[in-house]
Design a protein around this ligand. Sequence first.
Ligand code: NDP
Length: 257
Amino acid sequence: MSIFPTLTDKTYVVMGIANKRSIAWAIAKTLDEAGAKLVLTYAAERFKSGLESLAGELKQEAILLECDVTNDEAIEMTFRSIHEEAGEIQGIAHSIAFADKEALRGEFSEMTRGQFAQALDISAYSLTAVVKAAKPYFASDASVITLTYLGGERVVPNYNLMGVAKAALDSSVKYLANEYGPHGVRVNAISAGPIRTLSAKGVGDFNSILSELEQKAPLRRNVSADEVASTGLFLLSGMGSGVTGEVIHVDSGYHIL
Ligand code: NDP
């Protein structure tokens, strides 16, 4: 008997594929492998063609929709369209974050009010906005995941403003899990170890974060986006049916140090 879950005919929304290095892309490939029907969202029209060519690599044909998570109307419209085109929503992978890279280096308190508001809006509030918009369309045992980082639990050099955003995101996961649990919907976060992606490039001296983990983490190596995606599959499928409000660390064990 295979323990690999079968997600045939189940609709999953994956938000946050910028390119093939994106953690969201690894999640999309894993869900596709399991037979899921995918809806991939992108932030703006200029990202559409790149995503179209990536989506061409998937086994199943995916639905592509624009969704800028700073715009509530756009989010609501996106989820209405998803429901119309693909029926009930079995799960969502929210893999979205943004902060002005000037606020991801140097002194923490040098950030501005505007940088703070923007980072918290896109990186933390957007999860709640998305879950709220999807509420009428969730399957009775739906599952939502988001991506977080250790820098929200403790100080990581240069992570600065994004650390505060991740702390807000981690807390949102717990409040959402508590509110949506009675409806059968689970909400969890994966705290990924550092992975070289477009967003990660914005964090000052990211290479030191990678090499520190490689030298000190129990497994003495960095993790891959595919390893994060396997945990995503566990949480998004029935395999994780008893887990909600959790932050699972996929970081070679670095967080225990
Ligand atoms: P990517 O840059 O590949 O993904 C970030 C995504 O966020 C992009 O697709 C970007 O879209 C999207 N995004 C930003 N602003 C908006 C917006 N207004 N509306 C919609 N989408 C938006 O990087 P990662 O894969 O690394 O990041 C995914 C998640 O994983 C983030 O939450 C990140 O903090 C988290 N994470 C990453 C780690 C790492 O080391 N890489 C470690 C731990 C967590 P676009 O580029 O099209 O604007």
